[in-house]
Design a protein around this ligand. Structure first.
Ligand SMILES: NC(=O)c1ccc[n+]([C@@H]2O[C@H](COP(=O)([O-])OP(=O)(O)OC[C@H]3O[C@@H](n4cnc5c(N)ncnc54)[C@H](OP(=O)(O)O)[C@@H]3O)[C@@H](O)[C@H]2O)c1
Length: 283
């Protein structure tokens, strides 16, 4: 029996591609840059911290002198900067074959206590700029009948997390958007892969402001390198989604069959506990 078209994997042309990679200055994005670098023709590295991007560019060029590496400094939490980035690339005639939407942040805490400006910037980064970049790159990919989009979503895009409501919302968007876009692009030669990691050892937790004092158990957390490897391999094989890490793979398989009421119930219990903690710390 033949599989339906949506489940069929079509591999992505990575060799010789031009790759636009956001959030390349640390964590998963930095490791992804190192995986793409040996195979692609050009890497456009995007983030706010210029020195870090330049150091990475230098390292990648030294390892493979024929690789073109562009450093693009942009605050993607400001949508106009994402639009300006796209315009700069178009002016220089850069045609993006692979877009990696990796840049993202979380804001931990109850929404009623959070700084509205931080929440808006997170939504603009995780959602609005991601869509703007995708929309700018997809027409060229469709016209050339090849290309791919690799979106770094999160396990938070598949389930709920306490004290992370707006972040969870952004990642549910990325998950729904990625799957729906993959369907819409079916038959065009352009593929969409999403990555839904659990905890990864990066700067994410510190940026999000973990006030709980709780540490993720070591057996659950994976390294940025291992996360990037799973993401790269799933993307290269044209898979729709990957949950990196053995433990998180099992956790997410359970979540997928857990009734919604139960997910809501245990998330609410954990949220009550975290609200008490946050109230004590930030009265
Ligand atoms: N770590 C985890 O546990 C985890 C789990 C699930 C999903 N994720 C997702 O994985 C992705 C990568 O995060 P990470 O874990 O690698 O965290 P990270 O080490 O903090 O890296 C985040 C990257 O995004 C960039 N970035 C942040 N704000 C930006 C902005 N306003 N404009 C442009 N770039 C910006 C950062 O660069 P600059 O600061 O230099 O701008 C950095 O390169 C995110 O989408 C995150 O939601 C992470």
């Amino acid at each position: 029996m033949s599989r339906p078209p949506i489940a069929r994997a079509s591999s992505v042309a990575i060799d010789g591609a031009t790759v636009l990679l956001t959030g390349a200055s640390s964590g998963i994005g930095l490791e992804l840059a190192k995986l793409f670098a040996p195979r692609v023709a050009r890497l456009v590295l995007v983030a706010r911290r210029k020195e870090r991007l330049e150091a990475l560019a230098k390292e990648l060029r030294a390892a493979r002198p024929s690789l073109e590496v562009d450093v693009e400094v942009a605050d993607l939490g400001v949508v106009d900067e994402a639009i300006a980035l796209v315009a700069r690339l178009a002016e220089r005639g850069v045609e993006v074959d692979v877009l990696v939407n990796n840049a993202g942040v979380g804001v931990m805490g109850m929404l009623d206590k959070a700084d509205p400006a931080r929440i808006r910037a997170m939504i603009d980064l995780n959602v609005t700029s991601l869509v703007a970049l995708t929309q700018a790159c997809v027409p060229g990919m469709v016209a050339r009948a090849k290309g791919g989009i690799l979106n770094i979503s999160s396990g938070a895009g598949l389930t709920l997390m306490p004290a992370f409501a707006a972040y969870v919302g952004t990642k549910h968007f990325v998950t729904g958007f990625s799957d729906a876009l993959r369907c819409d692009l079916s038959g065009t030669g352009v593929t969409v892969t999403q990555v839904c990691p659990g905890p990864v050892a990066t700067e994410f937790e510190e940026t999000a402001g973990n006030f709980t004092g709780m540490k993720v158990p070591a057996f659950v957390e994976i390294s940025a390198k291992s996360c990037a490897k799973s993401a790269f391999s799933a993307f290269a094989r044209g898979r729709a989604m990957v949950v990196p890490g053995f433990v998180m793979g099992i956790v997410m398989a359970f979540v997928a069959v857990t009734p919604r009421w139960l997910v809501l119930a245990y998330t609410a219990i954990a949220a009550r506990m975290l609200r008490k903690k946050e109230n004590a710390l930030r009265p």
